[in-house]
Write a protein that binds this ligand. Structure first.
Ligand code: PRT
Ligand code: ZN
Length: 304
């Protein structure tokens, strides 16, 4: 753990995972927000060159604590780690002074109960009284309590998926993304107990006005990046008579721009920003409705 020195008054301090599943995406998000940092890996603390933010690189498990204790103003961490820490602190009689500023578009996974493939399972009651290995004992116990079931929860810090084979547990409660780890260990997920994404959290204390201003700017940029991630700019030619149907087919598009087409007054050019993904199926439907010359372009940044 780094020393508990408070962040400076004029620069935000943001805790990021040093090395792991969230590191690349966290830095990529900052990069897309126009925040430049050099040589992120070697140092514990880095100053962004063109934005009043310092980055502190730590283990993900330390991030909620660093933010809640005010050592960092901000942190990017999985909701699974955040919630487990919050439950842990509450059990110790501590408060949880944090605010979720943004749910981010990466780090998606679920915390799921899984049993060996050969173990019969029909309802959750089949797990009552079993030994369940997990790195998330608080979330797991809370789930069983809410269901009114008893479970013997065994805390492991890693390699949870091999616990049943080693005879350490009858079932596990672990993070699942693609499901291939469960499959490789001949386990099957039977219940999702928590869905998680990476999240940007802030220490729930008053920020100095200079830092508040920097945070507002950062949040606006994050919103711009996240909005643009799914959004597409679509251009097409459409017969005027088909416009109502074509507009209906455009996913999440408001007020398209219509432009005359030189030499053909039965048709117009339509330009629109679609807030949702544009799939091949949508393009095929547009074509069937009479659209032609359909172009779908990515959008890099967006500000509404
Ligand atoms: O060293 P440090 O403590 O910082 O990192 P860590 O090893 O504790 O965490 P890391 O880097 O593995 O994960 C960081 C965060 O990424 C997690 O807290 C989640 O919020 C998120 N995340 C997203 C995942 C996964 N997907 C994931 N698949 N975290 C872990 N896994 C593991 C899971 O534990 C299992 O072993 O991947 C395996 C399952 O993956 P699939 O794709 O085979 O289902
Ligand atoms: Zn960790």
């Amino acid at each position: 753990m780094p020393p508990a020195t408070p962040p400076p008054k004029d620069r935000l301090r943001l805790a990021l995972q040093k090395s792991g599943r969230l590191s690349v995406d966290s830095l990529d998000l900052l990069n897309r927000c126009g925040i430049k940092v050099k040589a992120p890996k070697e140092k514990l603390l880095l100053h962004a060159e063109n934005f009043p933010v310092d980055l502190l690189f730590v283990r993900d498990d330390d991030i909620p604590q660093l933010v809640m204790d005010g050592v960092c103003d901000l942190g990017i961490v999985g909701e699974n780690v955040l919630e487990e820490t919050a439950l842990d602190r509450a059990a110790d009689g501590e408060t949880n002074p944090y605010v979720v500023e943004r749910r981010l578009d990466f780090g998606g996974c679920r915390l799921a109960l899984a049993v060996p493939e050969e173990r019969p399972f029909t309802t959750l009651a089949d797990l009552a009284g079993l030994r369940i290995a997990t790195s998330y004992p608080r979330l797991t116990k809370r789930f069983f309590q809410e269901k009114g079931l008893k479970a013997d929860v065994v805390t492991l810090t890693g390699s949870v998926e091999i616990a049943p084979r080693l005879g350490l547990a009858d079932a596990i409660c672990d993070l699942v993304a693609t499901g291939s780890t469960l499959e490789a260990n001949r386990l099957r997920a039977v219940e999702t107990i928590f869905k998680s994404k990476a999240t940007l959290i802030r220490c729930d204390r008053d920020l100095d006005p200079v830092k508040r201003h920097a945070l507002d700017l950062l949040l606006r940029r994050i919103d711009g990046v996240q909005l643009a991630a799914e959004a597409k700019y679509i251009m097409l030619h459409a017969p005027k008579a088909a416009l109502p149907e074509i507009k209906r087919l455009l996913p999440g598009a408001e007020n398209p721009t219509l432009l005359p087409l030189a030499g053909d007054d039965t048709k117009v050019a339509l330009h629109a920003v679609c807030q949702e993904a544009v799939f091949w199926e949508t393009m095929e439907s547009l074509k069937r409705a009479g659209a032609s010359s359909i172009l779908v372009l990515p959008i890099e940044k967006m500000m509404l």
